[in-house]
Design a protein around this ligand. Sequence first.
Ligand code: UDX
Length: 466
Amino acid sequence: DSIGGHTATGGRRRRVLFFPLPYQGHINPMFQLAGLLHARGFAVTVFHTHFNAPDKSRHPAYDFVPVPVSDCLPEGSSDVFQVTVEHILAVNRACEALFRERLAALLSEDQAARDDVACLVADAHLLTLLDVARGLGVPTLVLRTGSSACLRMFAAFPMLCDKGYQPAQESQLEAPVRELPPYRIRDFPSTTSAYHGVISEVISHIVTAVTTSSGLILNTMDALESGELASLRRDLGVPVFDIGPLHKLSPAASSSLLLQDRGYLEWLDAQAPASVLYVSFGSLASMSAAELVETAWGIANSGHPFLWVLRPGLVRGTSPSEAEAPPLPDGFDDATRWRGVVVSWAPQEEVLAHPAVGMFWTHCGWNSTLESVCAGVPIMARPCFGDQMGNARYVEHVWRTGLTLDGELVRGKVEVAVAALMGPGEPGAGLRRRAQELRSSVAECMAKDGSSCTNVDKLVDHLLTL
Ligand code: UDX
């Protein structure tokens, strides 16, 4: 169970309340943070929506408080980014009243219960709920699950709009953003989209959530983003705790919403070192049916053994709740028999850490990017939306541990890029070397006196002063 224990009145443990945004890429780091603080002696209460509710049985030591509002995904658009940002605003609105009621009930159990509560840690997307907590006298901290560079860009968003970078013109997408290197205009979340307004609103809520909190927790580390962290510390006016990589530092049980297929791990054991192409686009990214066909043949024609996560709902227009994964093109099975495995969801951290895996074709969600960095696995980036383009830009141009697959998705380009990454010469050799170097630098941050471990101590001290 927990080590030590930070006590409140009557010798009871201090309690941290958590409210994750109900998406896989946000739930994972929030539960990892909860696991880390629980191991440091705090009691844990998790507030959660009905949509994507966590599996309580995996976390028997935590208390759970459901906020079961009508919070289904909006219908009527096939644009996953638009649906997601609108849903985030809807979750805030829908949960406000009931969260206030549930939190007030928890605080009014008795004076000791109120004294026990150190703070609420909520996702940076949940400004309304952070305001509710502060209104009830509960201090708040924010977990921002993306990179420091991304948050820095969000903080600069009004300036970028004033200077005409946003909303962007189609003809300007390749232009560098002088104020925020190494970004180009196309690396920003909204580019030319018609829903610039709603994205600006979400970004402004995130920045307000951070700057009105008693502290910012980031799943990143000095070895990756020292300059970006320094500028956040200078500009935000709140204490910043970079304590990543959370998936390595936390003893948390898996918070996967989908069943992770472990059946092929033996197959992976039988593959040669660094020979396998691992392909996964996270929990939200989508592609057209035609792109799925090109992806399949690109993988098949690469000639490498592969492990491909073909998530239900990956193809636009199909439902994520369908039990069946999208169908593979005719002839794919015969062409790749014995050479590859297709699964609907994988234990990704374990897969990336497996010595047989030689590269990762990813959408560059921040968790996937971090998991790849920690495993020293070079990346083929195919970002889709949100922060993913910016993450891919850092992979290719700052850490130089991967290549981006730009433009139309066609099988020939996939084959060429896989050969470049996996081949014995350059650029593959250099990418592999730098991926290993970066992995070592990140490991130093996780060592006992490394930046992330020291910051966990500082975070614990900070929570006890609130
Ligand atoms: C979303 C956004 O898309 C992303 O850009 C943002 O940074 C976080 O929120 P998602 O698209 O799901 O997240 O990507 P990612 O951040 O990579 O998170 C996916 C998580 O699911 C990872 O922790 C990964 O380990 C896990 N996963 C993925 C599995 O457990 N199994 C799989 O098969 C694939």
